[in-house]
Design a protein around this ligand. Structure first.
Ligand SMILES: [Fe+2]
Length: 394
């Protein structure tokens, strides 16, 4: 796995120029934005199933009928370079005034990739591999998530898979200008998708709280996101109401804002190989190791602390997470997390997903990019990782 070096300096981060708060009916704002931008030609990047199933297609039909709309809707989940290249071809065929992205994290990332890589002279594979930098900003991007999960509408990251490897692009151009988060679009989400996307939001919030790159603002967003996700995830899966869907949308969006600053840590770093190897949905793969990583980070000491603010600081963040969970010890908190993950149908043991053998555990240890672990507050050596994975083996 390889990370692109296109990491912006902190002063290059930008917030969406015009944020619409999480609110039922927020999708109506799309009309206002398109009118304000004087959009005549629109490039629509949408996950076909989500576009229909969420109700977005019906809600936007009359608005989009008044404009020239080029659609790019057929692509695989988890953006592949081959699909990005097809999207770029389509994108370049017409002058585009704005891009509208509708769907889960994959659709939003696809829109970011197509509309930004499509503006560059360099071939997309060079840009994805980080051999060239993005030099030209794409047209305004309006991101409309239909899941409460990745928070991609609030981040300057995009994921792209090439030759079976995952690449993370990070650039200020990738942050959408507009984020429309309308909980009504998530009302028909099936339980499994609600669980996997909600677990992603929960893990992003918790990891953000202890991330080395966290700051006061990211902690503010992550605290609220974690509180909302802990309180509402199980209900969102088992007995969703409009209020619960709204709470999870807010959690996911705030977690996105938090990791836009702090980035993620060990659980995310470990998850990619689990997803690729066992086909476990992203959020569920991440959540498998959230409890053991909490236990691991709770033991941060002066000798293995990576965060320059010190081990005491890390332990106080863990203490805050314990507080959110109403737990008095890391073990109790880890148990609560594990129960929550299992309770919404997520696997909690490697053996459950056919990865319990010695060989599979070794494969996981080797596949985790140690560079990705550097944002974890406690140093993680291959031996540490092996022990951590052993704890969730059976
Ligand atoms: Fe994630």
């Amino acid at each position: 796995m390889t990370a692109s070096p296109q990491v912006p300096r902190p002063d290059e981060w930008r917030r969406p120029k015009d944020r619409v708060d999480v609110a039922r009916g927020a999708i109506d704002e799309v009309s206002t934005i398109l009118a304000r931008l004087e959009v005549r030609s629109l490039f629509l990047v949408a996950d076909e199933t989500a576009y229909r199933g969420s109700g977005a297609e019906d809600l936007l039909r009359s608005e989009l009928s008044t404009r020239q709309v080029e659609r790019f809707t057929h692509f695989q989940c988890d953006p592949k370079l081959s699909d990005v290249a097809r999207g770029i071809q389509c994108f370049r065929q017409n002058h585009v005034d704005a891009v509208l992205a509708i769907g889960g994290g994959s659709a939003l990332d696809m829109a970011k990739l197509v509309s930004n890589l499509g503006m560059q002279q360099e071939p997309p594979e060079h840009l994805v591999r980080g051999k060239s930098r993005l030099l030209h900003d794409g047209p305004p991007l309006i991101a409309v998530p239909t899941t409460a999960g990745t928070g991609s509408e609030a981040t300057h990251f995009a994921v792209c898979y090439m030759d079976g490897e995952k690449y993370s692009l990070a650039h200020r151009f990738l942050l959408p200008e507009f984020a429309i988060v309308d909980p009504q679009l998530t009302q028909n989400l099936p339980p499994q998708l609600t669980a996997s996307s909600g677990l992603d939001a929960l893990c992003q919030a918790v990891e953000s709280l202890w991330a080395v790159d966290s700051n006061e603002l990211s902690v503010q967003h992550a605290s609220e996101a974690a509180r909302l996700a802990f309180d509402h995830l199980a209900a969102a899966v088992h007995e969703p109401t409009a209020a619960i869907r709204t709470a999870m949308c807010r959690a996911a969006h705030l977690a996105g804002q938090a990791i836009n600053i702090s980035k993620t840590t060990a659980s995310h770093a470990i998850s990619y190989a689990i997803s690729m190897r066992a086909g476990v949905p992203h959020g569920m793969a991440v959540a498998m190791t959230l409890a053991p990583v909490l236990l691991y980070n709770a033991k941060t000491s002066v000798t293995d602390c990576v965060d320059p603010r010190g081990a005491e600081h890390v332990r106080s963040r863990i203490g805050f997470i314990l507080q959110l969970l109403g737990s008095s010890t890391p073990l109790e908190a880890a148990k609560k997390i594990e129960n929550l993950v299992g309770g919404v149908g997520g696997p909690t043991r490697l053996s459950e997903i056919g990865m319990g053998s010695d060989a599979e555990v070794e494969m996981l240890v080797r596949s985790v990019n140690t560079e990705r672990l550097s944002n974890n507050p406690r140093r993680v050596t291959p031996d540490d990782l092996r022990r951590l994975l052993e704890s969730v083996r059976y």
